[in-house]
Design a protein around this ligand. Structure first.
Ligand SMILES: Cc1ncc(COP(=O)(O)O)c(C=O)c1O
Length: 364
């Protein structure tokens, strides 16, 4: 028997969440965002599961794009940060990868290159986030040059929202309005602004393409709304096992730094997961895990390979009892709050030594 530390990925949940995207944005095409190893869920199995139900897939790196091509994914693939060299540009063109253009040097390189075939381009304009994107006053010129270039097959205007997870933030309205003006002034037939939060909350931001990531994985982009209340199903169930159980006497401490001391006789179980697996080290005192449907407090520090848990209320559990770190019954959003971070980070940081096990392919 192995260590039992695994992330069970429910492909049927992914498909359910994609159907929810379709219902939310029935008039838009869907670019499923599968960057960062599909938010930790595994790029190739996720892309394969979503290939039929998405209109395109988005990745961050050239290597991720090539990996999808090599697997034979037929859907258009967008490199969301574009290419970083002429060599990559030529290879992207040869492989049929689509690119974001967000910098003047990327535009110049594209216009001047001798390419095997034209590429699909998403021109990214900065509407107020001030991260990636060309300045709004350069948009018309960029658009015109791309539109006239024999190297460009298909052109989409895009921008990214800084505060979509805070629906009342004034920047949303400003960005949405500027984007609408730019779209109309360049005469773009295809445009894209919405991430998960805007797909769920802002029909007026849907345009021709929505770009959901997080919601596909069944997690909520909003701090004050649970995934369940949005109709989403968690795609990742992070599991492990108890590997030992012992009694700690009053006054004795547990773990590195002796940060937790038993006030009374306490039954402590050791669970085979730690920060070496991506379980967050910086968790608050009220952090819990789930054993047989019951919540148990984590006590003491998170180690590299283990955590320690108070199981005094559960006399029947011991070595080999399965444990849920997050997933059904314990939303990743709650763990993120205890760890003072966001669900995105927890999902992405599950490390390579945690085995991904796929369920719900339709074949099983
Ligand atoms: C440009 C762009 N579009 C869409 C997304 C998907 O965002 P979310 O996961 O919030 O849906 C991301 C994610 O960071 C992004 O960078």
């Amino acid at each position: 028997m192995g260590r039992g530390t695994q992330a069970v990925i429910d492909l049927a949940a992914l498909r359910h969440n994609m159907e929810l995207v379709r219902r939310q944005a029935p008039h838009s095409k869907v670019l499923g965002v599968v960057k960062a190893d599909a938010y930790g869920h595994g790029l190739l199995p996720v892309a394969t599961a979503l290939a039929d139900s998405s209109d395109a897939l988005g990745v961050a790196t050239f290597e991720e794009g090539l990996a999808l091509k090599k697997t034979g994914v037929q859907r258009p693939i967008l490199l969301m940060e574009g290419v970083f060299s002429l060599e990559q540009l030529k290879e992207a063109s040869a492989q049929g990868l689509n690119l974001v253009v967000h910098q003047p040097w990327q535009l110049a390189m594209l216009l001047e290159a001798d390419l095997p075939r034209p590429v699909g381009v998403w021109l990214k304009v900065d509407t107020g986030m001030h991260r990636l994107g060309i300045a709004d006053n350069g948009c018309a010129l960029f658009w015109q040059q791309l539109n006239n270039s024999p190297n460009v097959a298909d052109l989409v205007l895009m921008s990214h929202l800084a505060c979509a997870d805070e629906p009342d933030h004034t920047l949303n309205q400003r960005q949405g309005e500027l984007f609408r003006q730019l779209k109309s002034s360049v005469g773009a037939q295809q445009a894209s602004l919405a991430n998960s939060a805007a797909t769920l909350d802002r029909v007026d931001f849907h345009h021709e393409w929505v770009r959901p990531g997080l919601m596909l994985y069944g997690a909520s982009p909003f701090a004050d709304r649970s995934a369940e209340s949005l109709g989403l199903k968690p795609a990742m169930h992070l599991q492990s096992r108890i590997i030992s159980r012992s009694t700690v006497l009053p006054g004795e401490s547990v773990g590195y730094g002796a940060t937790w001391t038993a006030a009374a006789r306490t039954e402590v179980a050791v669970v085979a997961i730690g920060y070496g697996d991506g379980y967050p080290r910086h968790i608050g005192k009220s952090t819990q895990i789930l054993i047989k449907g019951q919540r148990c407090p984590v006590v003491g520090r998170v180690s590299m390979d283990m955590i320690t848990v108070d199981v005094s209320a559960m006399p029947e559990v011991g070595p080999n009892t399965p444990v849920t770190l997050w997933g059904p019954g314990l939303p990743v959003e709650e763990v993120a709050q205890w760890a003072n971070t966001i669900n995105y980070e927890l999902l992405c940081q599950v490390t390579g030594r945690v085995q991904r096990v796929y369920q719900g392919s339709g074949a099983d």
